[in-house]
Ligand binder design. Structure first.
Ligand code: HEC
Length: 121
């Protein structure tokens, strides 16, 4: 009986380990898919590279991006999307012009701002 229990536990552990590694495999695939779909400019990956540092934490009063921050962005968008985008392009207070993404065009910044707003619902 003891042997049987040990065997069952081992089977359980192997099953759990297999499930866990299957999950890891899925997680590892996601960034790869994003990378593969990157054909030139990609709003999400540029956001991650240039804007995430301040906008994920709200550093220096940056409006936070991510689920649960819709109200933060609604308040900003009262000025109109065009004003918010132009502030991102030209800089406003401690928000640096173009978020320091020197390779970004104005249209790229607009796409990133749209990504930020859509991600903050
Ligand atoms: C060094 C930190 C920092 C980085 C990097 C940064 N931001 Fe910001 N951002 C801020 C801060 C701080 C504010 C708030 C400014 C204010 O309203 O006083 C802000 C505000 C904004 C706003 C709101 C503007 C408005 O009119 O309300 C947008 C849009 C924005 N950032 C977009 C971006 C984008 C896009 C990037 C990357 C390309 C970026 N930011 C990178 C700090 C940063």
């Amino acid at each position: 009986m003891l042997k049987m229990n040990v065997l069952m536990n081992t089977v359980g552990l192997i099953a759990a380990a297999t499930l866990a590694s299957a999950n890891f495999a899925n997680e590892a695939e996601q960034p790869l898919q994003v990378a593969q779909s990157t054909d030139g400019f990609n709003a999400k990956s540029t956001y991650m590279a240039s804007c995430f540092a301040c906008h994920s934490t709200g550093a220096a009063g940056a409006p936070k991006v991510g689920a649960g921050n819709a109200a933060v962005w609604d308040a900003r968008l009262e000025k109109s999307m065009d004003t918010v985008v132009s502030n991102a392009i030209n800089g406003v207070n401690t928000m640096p012009a173009k978020g320091l993404c020197f390779t970004c065009t104005d249209e790229d910044i607009r796409a990133i701002v749209e990504y930020m707003v859509v991600s903050s619902t």
